[in-house]
Design a protein around this ligand. Structure first.
Ligand code: PAF
Length: 287
């Protein structure tokens, strides 16, 4: 069922709550791919009812980012969700989410601002205000849907850590389930932004997973010095790659490390054909 308004959604949710059913929420910005479908499958196997939100959230995009050209494929998304047995696709307008005529700025709208320590690094360094926008919309979705569980992909590792922190700090009674990264056979992590890449760009983009896999291999051979591990990336890079960051930090707290350990995650952001791509890998566990 496709629903556009909060009121209509609440009517359905209230019926489920009355019947004591568990509810799973999969927040998305649409342009669904197999990565999203893996979250939906996990939600289906965990909960009685599943809501997928499909909303390109304007307040998490910076002024020079791709909000206007972000792929919007609602009709296809709904078909995919139907195929997976999703109970409700919630696709509100911006007016529905933020109020008609509401100026989307933090001097007129209440924002949720995650701690500086978590946003002053990795993606947050160049995407000022991005995680404020993410936390604000995610908390709104949590309040609207009131799910028991919410499902997020490890591909956006910093996002999941920040959302878990928000849920913990603000006593939000929802369990956050993180699901593994889904990759093409080539190793490319699935992302809605892959749609912007040419075939050559997709080949060039393999460098992200190659760098990460190589770091993991080196770590498992005994190299632990973070700078030495990061150095190994350079042999993979060409003038097709505009690297934004490569970091090895604690996978739960995002704390910097001098020596990598079994709790480390390597994260990368790199532009290919001016498309900003991110990826990450746990150095110990298989992922
Ligand atoms: O990961 C995303 O697609 C978005 O950041 C999210 C969580 C749906 C919030 O808009």
């Amino acid at each position: 069922m496709l629903i556009h308004t909060i009121q209509e959604l609440r009517t359905e949710i209230n019926k489920w709550k009355k019947d004591g059913l568990t509810i799973g929420l999969v927040p998305t910005m649409g342009a669904l791919h197999n990565g999203h479908l893996s979250l939906i499958k996990k939600a289906k196997s965990t909960c009685d009812k599943v809501v997928v939100s499909d909303f390109v959230n304007p307040i998490q995009f910076g002024p020079s980012e791709d909000f206007d050209k972000y792929p919007r494929t609602l009709e296809e998304d709904v078909k995919l969700c139907d195929g997976e047995g999703v109970d409700i696709v919630f696709a509100p307008s911006s007016d529905e989410m933020y109020g008609k005529g509401q100026r989307l700025s933090n001097d007129t709208l209440t924002y949720v601002c995650p701690p500086f320590f978590y946003v002053n690094k990795l993606c947050g360094k160049t995407r000022t205000g991005h995680f404020d926008g993410v936390c604000t919309v995610v908390l709104k979705l949590f309040n609207i849907v009131q799910p028991n569980y919410a499902f997020f992909g490890q591909k956006d590792a910093q996002q999941v850590i920040i959302i878990k922190k928000m849920v913990n700090d603000l006593n939000v009674p929802i369990e956050i389930i993180q699901c593994p990264i889904v990759r093409e056979d080539t190793g490319l992590a699935l992302s809605s932004r892959n749609k912007y890449l040419s075939e050559t760009g997709k080949q060039d983009a393999l460098v992200l997973s190659k760098i990460l896999n190589n770091i993991k291999t080196c770590y498992n051979k005994g190299i632990t010095d973070v700078e030495a591990l990061k150095e190994t990336a350079y042999s993979f890079l060409t003038d097709k790659h505009d690297m934004e960051y490569l970091e090895i930090v604690d996978k739960d707290t995002l704390e910097d490390k001098i020596k990598a350990d079994d709790n480390s995650i390597a994260l990368i952001a790199c532009r290919v054909e001016n498309v900003r791509l991110i990826d990450n890998i746990y150095l110990k566990e298989s992922n």
